[in-house]
Design a binder for this molecule. Structure first.
Ligand code: SF4
Length: 268
């Protein structure tokens, strides 16, 4: 039986964007269900019979979860055979005597010699796999602030760019359209730095990982021109983190920003 995509799932929702499911919009809810982060039952307006009928069509995320568990386990095995205490300089991290503290968006994420991660940040599941990849495989190159789009990065950037635009940049643009204060929240909460010298209306640099900065540029709607948004990486990014993990970081950032506007944001 064919599986649903998020637009097909969106069609059966109320489309009132009432947020009772915890998602900012019905469209975000549909995408979250297919990412395995929300359950159909989280929308109180879906009829039980419809939930039952759709349940099997929204399951393809389960294998992804299994993949995630497997990837995490393999990375933890590799961490166990590494010497974390020798890595701080390469990673821009700090050795605390029994664990490595790596700053992620201004918050410390600590990883011990068994690959277990702790942080004061509650919603941190998305960062675990990219963080462990960064610890193990990063070349430790210093970013030179030569900003490029994902498609320009070696190691598969062109392959991932379409999905990245669809799953990260487009929904993030829609989120900023509705919550114009999101950039202020990013600066306040995640130690984002406003950036000058770009032709965009708003530009902010964040550090999801110490040597993997991300530049977010937003162009406001103007006359007949719709708004637009792009994420840029430093040209060293794929040496410090594999492109698949850069994609995961981008989608994880979107998920976190959606949660932030729910709790702190003002609507446009
Ligand atoms: S609960 Fe969520 S999915 Fe359901 S109508 Fe409200 S916003 Fe849409």
């Amino acid at each position: 039986m064919p599986k649903l995509n998020h637009l097909e799932l969106y069609k059966v929702l109320e489309k009132t964007n009432c947020r009772q499911c915890g998602a900012p919009t019905c469209l975000a809810f549909a995408a979250a269900v297919l990412r395995g982060e929300k359950n159909l039952n989280d929308c109180p307006f879906l009829d039980k019979a419809v939930v039952e009928k759709l349940g099997g069509l929204t399951e393809p995320r389960r294998p992804e979860r299994d993949d995630w568990e497997q990837a995490l386990g393999e990375l933890q095995d590799r961490i166990q055979s590494s010497d974390l205490s020798s890595m701080p300089d390469r990673l821009g991290a700090v050795w605390l005597g029994d664990k490595l503290a790596v700053k992620c968006l201004g918050k410390d994420f600590c990883v011990d010699q068994n690959g277990n991660m702790t942080s004061a940040c509650h919603n941190n599941r998305w960062v675990a796999v990219p963080l462990l990849h960064y610890i193990i495989d990063s070349a430790g190159l210093e970013p030179g602030r030569n900003w490029v789009h994902l498609k320009e990065l070696s190691g598969g950037g062109a392959t991932w760019a379409g999905l990245f635009a669809q799953r990260c940049e487009k929904p993030l643009k829609e989120l900023v359209d509705k919550h114009t204060d999101l950039f202020e929240l990013i600066v306040d909460i995640f130690e984002g730095k406003p950036a000058a010298g770009f032709d965009s209306d708003i530009s902010v640099v964040i550090h999801p990982l110490p040597k993997v900065p991300v530049l977010i540029c937003y162009w406001k709607k103007e006359a007949d021109l719709d708004s637009s948004l792009s994420l840029f990486f430093d040209s060293t990014a794929s040496a410090n983190l594999d492109v698949g993990s850069l994609y995961t970081l981008g989608v994880g950032l979107l998920t976190m920003f959606e949660k932030i506007v729910l709790t702190h944001g003002k609507r446009a």
